[in-house]
Design a protein. Structure first.
Length: 458
């Protein structure tokens, strides 16, 4: 079914992780710092594991502005709308290597954003994403993307520090820690003539970016260095993201050797590694077996072993022991046990069960708190339905609500308009019902509608 005209409501506050397609890192673009941050944070709101069939997305501009740390005294929603308007005029370009015989090569050019519609009353933005951009956003293949924590990106101060951070995290995921200088320059966009001087590049870009990354991210010992020296021209760049040991709250319970292995992975993956050590898992098992495997596949299958294998064996009194279970974890990931047993989505949602593990340290529990936000979307949807049902029970209450919020509802409905008559019927198969739920949800997230406690309005 073609769902192009069915807007998808995004929960802007639900996720800090953006899955950046690695192909996107080698496309040419001239995005400013705020435009780049805006695009990356937008990616973090998408359900990249599923292709929902739509190219129209709706979200709350005020929530988005908070992620960008836009001053509350300003017209934040309009500023966000203007940023996406700027993105609608920006392109990304990719040119493949030419064929040795014919000289022909693949060429890709696309605007990042199509249409942008902002309703100031509801603070809702509607975006149209061009179809050619979908391969960069949805159903990314294993090893084809890098998970980036947007709180780090949002804290950086210059466009080059953001580009360098994302590009090097991408290379780190591939296990590449030394990069030819010219390749590095091309992929961070340092292609101006003055970048040909390595002294300029080092003084004005590399050193400031390294200082920013150390200051604004968890990687206090981050470094970029070159292989140049007295009388020797620099040809390669080396780097490292090793966190400062004193700040390493998640891996503090592990041996230094095990912690160093785990640091190759994101914080979310580190958490499940630490949990798995309680069941016999040893990080030295990893070697190169998890290279290019997405974080969510690792997490889901580690959870599968803990909750579907070990926990059930214990319940049946048939425990095999840590020496057996410890080696199950990597096998589960490589064979994707969670997917084979139709448990993939369920295993990704086991953050509450993780929190119950009494052996996990206080620091790890704190790291897990961010995952709990995922449940807020379902919570708000439930409460919005309760609010709407309560409106229907009060005489004329729904009609008054529709009249008071006509502009906002019309803005969310888009070109097809919003019918009060259909909304007043209370039928849930009308699109007006879905729009009402989305609108009420938006108002609740802004604290403009009080969340009902027990099926009541007040």
């Amino acid at each position: 079914m073609d769902n192009n005209n069915q807007p998808i409501l995004l929960g802007v506050v639900n996720n800090n992780i953006a899955k950046i397609a690695e192909r996107l890192m080698v496309t040419q673009n001239d995005l400013t710092l705020q435009q780049l941050k805006t695009w990356i944070i937008f990616i973090s709101t998408l359900d990249t594991e599923n292709d929902d069939g739509s190219n129209v997305y709706v979200f709350n501009a005020i929530d988005f502005a908070k992620r960008l740390s836009i001053d509350e005294r300003k017209a934040r929603g309009t500023i966000v709308a203007d940023l996406f308007d700027e993105l609608s005029r920006k392109q990304i370009k990719y040119r493949g290597a030419p064929d040795k015989k014919s000289g022909e090569c693949n060429v890709f050019t696309s605007n990042l954003v199509g249409a942008v519609v902002y309703d100031a009353d509801s603070h809702m933005i509607q975006l149209d994403i061009p179809r050619p951009m979908r391969p960069f956003l949805f159903l990314l293949k294993r090893g084809a993307y890098t998970s980036i924590d947007t709180k780090h990106v949002a804290a950086l101060d210059t466009v080059f520090s953001v580009r360098i951070y994302i590009y090097l995290k991408t290379m780190e995921r591939q296990g590449i820690f030394e990069i030819p200088l010219e390749e590095f320059k091309l992929n961070i966009g340092a292609t101006a003539e003055w970048h040909n001087s390595f002294a300029n590049l080092k003084r004005k870009i590399l050193q400031p970016a390294a200082a920013e990354i150390r200051k604004h991210t968890d990687y206090k010992d981050f470094f970029i260095e070159d292989n140049g020296g007295r009388g020797k021209k620099a040809t390669h760049i080396r780097y490292g993201f090793t966190p400062h040991i004193a700040d390493d709250a998640i891996l503090g319970s592990l041996s230094p050797a095990a912690a160093n292995i785990c640091r190759r992975f994101s914080e979310q993956v580190q958490v499940v590694f630490v949990l798995a050590t309680q069941h016999g898992f040893d990080p030295v098992y990893i070697e190169d077996k998890l290279d290019d495997i997405p974080d969510d596949v690792i997490i889901a299958n580690f959870h599968y072993v803990m909750y579907e294998v070990i926990a059930k064996d214990k319940k049946r009194g048939k425990e095999k022991g840590p020496e057996v279970y410890g080696k199950y974890f990597l096998t589960a990931v490589q064979q994707h046990w969670a997917e084979q047993n139709n448990k993939f989505d369920e295993m990704l949602g086991r953050e509450k069960d993780r929190a119950r593990n009494a052996t996990i340290t206080e620091q790890v529990e704190k790291a897990q708190e961010q995952d709990d936000i995922v449940n807020s979307a379902l919570y708000y949807d439930t409460k919005a339905n309760e609010y709407l049902e309560a409106l229907k029970k009060e005489p004329f209450a729904l009609n008054k609500f529709l009249q008071d919020n006509q502009a906002g509802l019309a803005g969310m409905a888009g070109k097809n308009g919003f019918s009060n008559e259909k909304a007043l019927t209370g039928k849930k198969n009308y699109r007006e019902h879905k729009i009402l739920i989305r609108y009420i949800t938006a108002k609740m997230t802004l604290n403009e509608i009080e969340i009902p406690k027990q099926d009541v309005l007040f």
